[in-house]
Structure formats: C-alpha cells, structure tokens
Design a protein around this ligand. Structure first.
Ligand code: MSP
Length: 506
C-alpha cells in the first residue's frame, strides 16, 4: 500500500436532468478504475453524486409548484440508483444540498478571500441558465449561448457579486500545463485549454445576488453553482477539517466529459491553489456517446435509457461494450444492434464458450478435478498480464486493457483447437492432457481476476464455476501467478455465461 491512495471522481450530475447512458459511462469508468487500483494497491476511493443548486433547478421547481428542496429530494433517488444498476460501487455519494457541503464551500470561500483572491464588484454580462455559465459578449453566437448543443437565449445580468481573481493564475496555469502535459488528457482537450489560457483568463463572478437557491453567503447572495459544485470533490473528504481522508486521498483524479474541461482544469486548480491546496493529479476528459451522430442529451431528446439497457443486456455486457467499442477519449455511437453483436461474439463465443468447453472437458476427462500444474508456455507468455492491464487502465486505455485480456482468451481457445484434448484423451496422452486442462483452468482463473473490474458479476460467476470461493476481487500482484490454482480444485458444471441474444423480431 502506498501512502497516498487512489481517489477518482465522476462529475456530479445535474439533478434536474434524466440519467442516460452517457452519465452511466463516466460512472462505470470510475468504478473500473477504482476496482483496478484496489486490486493492485489495496486502497482506492471513488465519489459520485448530484449537483443540486443553480437557477435551472430553481426554475424547474417553481414550474412544478414545489420548493427547490422538496424538488431535489424527490429527484435524488433516481440518480442514486444509477451506479448500483450497473454494479458500480462508490465509497460516497454527495448531494450539494447536504450540510457538510455548505461548510466546505464557505470555508474555501473564506480561505480564498483571506488570501486576497476574492473581491466585490459588479457583474454585467451574459448568463446562460441552461449551462449555468457566464459568457463574454465576444463568444456569443448570433447573440445566443455559444455551446453548440444549447444555443438558447442568454440573459443580461447586472449584479453586485463576488469575484475570484482567476486572471492572476493564468501564468501559473500555463506553467503547470507545460510542466505536466499528463495533467489533462487527451491531447485534443489539452490543446483547446492551452489555447484558452494563451488568450488570457478573466476574473470569475462566483456569487449571484438575484437568486436565492444556492449556498448562502454572509452578507447576502449565494455562491455561483459551478463554484459550489467543484468543491464537492473535497467536501467528500471532510474538508475543511484536517481529516485523515484529505491526507490520504487528496489530490485525486477527475473523470469528466470534454465540455466541462474549462471548469475542471482552469478554474478548479486555481481555486485550490488560492486556498493553499494541491491541484488534482489528473483530469481525463472523455468523449461523448452519440445517437445518430449527435451528442446524446436530454435537450436533444435522443437519450438511451440506461435502466432499459440493463434490463435487455445485463449490466456487465453494457459495461463491456462501452469500453471495448471505442477509446475513452473518442465520441462513438451506441446501438442495440452493435451491443447485441458484441454480446454474442466476444462474450458468448470467445469467452462463454471457452469456459463451457473447458469445464465440460474437465468433467468428461478428469471428473471436474483440476490436474496438477506443470511447466507452461502460456504461463510464461502471460506472466506480466496483470501489470499490463493495470497500466492500461490507469492510463485510461480501457480498450487496450480489454484487448490484452482478449489475447489471453484467444490464446486459450487456440490451445484447445491446436492441441485437441479429445485426441490426447483418445491416444492416452495423459500428461499432455493434464497440462492442457490445467492451463485452461488457470487461464480462466486469470481471466476472471482481470475481468472483475470490467464485469464484476460475470467474473464472479466464472469464479464460482471454476470452483473458487468468494469473488475474484483478489490482489493481482499476489494472485496473478501462473500455477497458483490448486490441483484437485473441484469445478462446477458448466453453465452458459452469456446466453445468445436473438435479434428482435422484424
Ligand atoms: N453538474 C455539472 C458537472 C459538475 S462537476 C463539478 C454537469 N452535469 S451534467 O449532468 O450535465 O453532466 C455530467 C457529465 O455527464 C458530464 O461529464 C458530461 O460530459 C457527461 N455526459 C452528458 N452527456 C453525455 C454523453 N452523451 N456522453 C458522454 N458523457 C456525457 O455538467
């Protein structure tokens, strides 16, 4: 175990939105990271939650005839249900309306003010309520919000507000970006943020005096919703108290969608520096899930319901699909047909049949008892597979991580096809047959361990069929040693892991 443990967060989701598969994407990625980090180093923490303040929520509550608090309390459960539906486990779920968050926000605000970075001024400019963003006049497109998915009317605001001296951090941010290119990945988003930085940053209005749904400030007004939202990442570690959680897990890393990179990589580090805290270790801005070439979003009316997908395909097949289909930094389309094809081919044929064939042969030739280990070329070839998969996942190369696991699966299938256990049995080549059957079971044990972060329940089912107790959430460095599977392990009868899905009737 290292002194500083791994901490990964998802964005906190706008509570007034509707959970869709794009949100589940980040949530699952964080879960895969945390599970892999835990398997490697023993300790990892993860956080998700909901963003509950802001003008948009206040307006929606009013339209529904409810108080904002009653409105958000009603909506929170549907967001809380998102991670469990995908078998994603989080150490904490934060709601920005919780008292602990108010304490953290006010403490950070006061700290920044004490350091001379917060001043009072008049904000005059354009505000987009949908994006909860202040826009400079020059950025507007035809007088509307410049965000291509929004393009709504903006509102002219003239308010007495608190400002954060963000401009004073421009040079420090540029130096940080240059010294640590890995701070923000992928490169395309890094380049975009670098261009913004080189154009110079303006001070940021961090309070609103004309709305009252938010964290109240001494002297009136509420905090600007994005300022409040970003702080969630340290609220959940107990800030401002000098907690063991802060010491152990901060700084951590953030997973975000690319459209919110400016907040996380320009504003948030500067806020932290201003308060004397460290910037996040890394920010990864992933791509978007598209339907028919458009970003999936509630406002486009093209969202795929995540709960419906789980009902049709199971959580694990969806988890697998999302991270095998495209690199994490790229946009890609999701469709039921693509999901069904991958389910049947990769999961049903490559993986499921391998398990079924192996266990059936072990049952037929060796009474379902794992033979003794012997020298193995496969063992040599895959000796470092744990380190390789770990490295890929930690670098957000989920797809390459899965490709690496599939090399093992493909190699095991090839062993069966080439070494033909039925012939070995027929010709009474018992030593060779034992060696092959052992390799198959051991390779499947490796596969279950490596797949656990991606597909926790199917990997656990594989584990059970292999005759192993508990779940494959075992320490990789200790357990991914070829030959560790005990001889005479009694395996269970083979059962289909991913029963074939037929296309819907035309
Ligand atoms: N509340 C802010 C985040 C505050 S974090 C301190 C917010 N919320 S959101 O609900 O609009 O979006 C949350 C996340 O979901 C963002 O990272 C966004 O990129 C992601 N996604 C929303 N639609 C998406 C897709 N179609 N595809 C992939 N991710 C998507 O922004």
């Amino acid at each position: 175990m290292t002194d500083r443990a791994f901490y990964v967060t998802t964005p906190i989701y706008y509570i007034s939105g509707t959970p869709h598969i794009g949100h589940a994407y980040t949530t699952i990625a964080a879960d895969i990271l945390a599970r892999t980090a835990r398997a490697w180093d023993g300790d990892a923490r993860s956080l998700t939650g909901t963003d509950e303040h802001g003008q948009k929520v206040a307006q929606a509550a009013e339209a529904a005839g409810k108080t904002p608090q009653a409105y958000v309390d009603e909506l929170a459960p549907k967001w809380k249900a998102l991670a469990p539906a995908f078998d994603a486990q989080f150490s904490d779920f934060i709601r920005t309306t919780e008292p602990r968050h108010r304490v953290a926000c006010l403490a950070l605000f006061e700290k920044m003010r004490a350091n001379g970075d917060v001043y009072e001024g008049t904000y005059e400019g354009w505000y987009c309520t949908n994006d909860e963003t202040f826009w400079p006049e020059a950025k507007l497109v035809d007088g509307r919000c410049p965000n291509p998915e929004c393009r709504r009317e903006v509102q002219w605001l003239s308010e007495k507000n608190w400002f954060f001296k963000l401009s004073a951090y421009t040079d420090k941010l540029i130096a940080h970006f240059k010294a640590k290119p890995e701070f923000l990945r992928p490169q395309s988003v890094y380049n975009e943020m670098m261009r913004t930085l080189e154009g110079g940053l303006e001070d940021l209005s961090i309070s609103r005096s004309t709305i009252d749904w938010g964290i109240p400030l001494p002297g009136g007004g509420v905090l600007y919703v994005w300022f409040d939202a970003l702080i969630n990442y340290i609220t959940a570690l107990g800030y401002p108290a000098d907690t063991a959680l802060m010491a152990r897990y901060w700084p951590g890393m953030h997973l975000i969608g690319k459209e919110i990179a400016r907040f996380h990589t320009l504003i948030w580090p500067a806020m932290l520096w201003s308060a004397g805290l460290a910037e996040p270790t890394r920010v990864f801005a992933h791509g978007w899930l598209l339907t028919d070439g458009e970003k999936m979003s509630k406002s486009q009316g093209n969202v795929v319901d995540p709960f419906n997908l789980v009902d049709q395909f199971g959580a694990d097949a969806v988890r697998y699909f999302l991270f095998r289909e495209a690199p994490f930094g790229s946009d890609f389309s999701i469709s039921f047909e693509k999901l069904r094809l991958r389910h049947n081919a990769d999961l049903g044929n490559d993986l499921g049949n391998l398990l079924r064939r192996s266990l059936a042969m072990l049952a037929k030739y060796r009474n379902s008892l794992v033979p003794a280990a012997s020298e193995s070329q496969l063992g040599e070839r895959f000796a470092d597979i744990g380190a390789q998969v770990h490295e890929h996942v930690m670098a957000m190369r989920f797809r390459e991580g899965l490709d690496t696991i599939w090399e093992l699966i493909t190699a095991l299938n090839r062993e069966i096809d080439e070494r033909k256990p039925w012939d070995l049995y027929k010709h009474e080549k018992g030593v060779e047959l034992d060696a092959l059957l052992y390799d198959l079971c051991e390779g499947l044990r490796f596969t279950a361990i490596l797949l656990f972060p991606f597909m926790p329940s199917k990997a656990t089912e594989m584990w059970r069929q292999l005759g192993l107790a508990g779940a494959p959430d075992v320490p990789w460095q200790e357990q991914l040693v070829w030959g560790a599977l005990a001889s005479n392990t009694q395996t269970a009868p083979a059962e289909a892991l991913f029963p074939r899905l037929e296309p819907p009737a035309a």
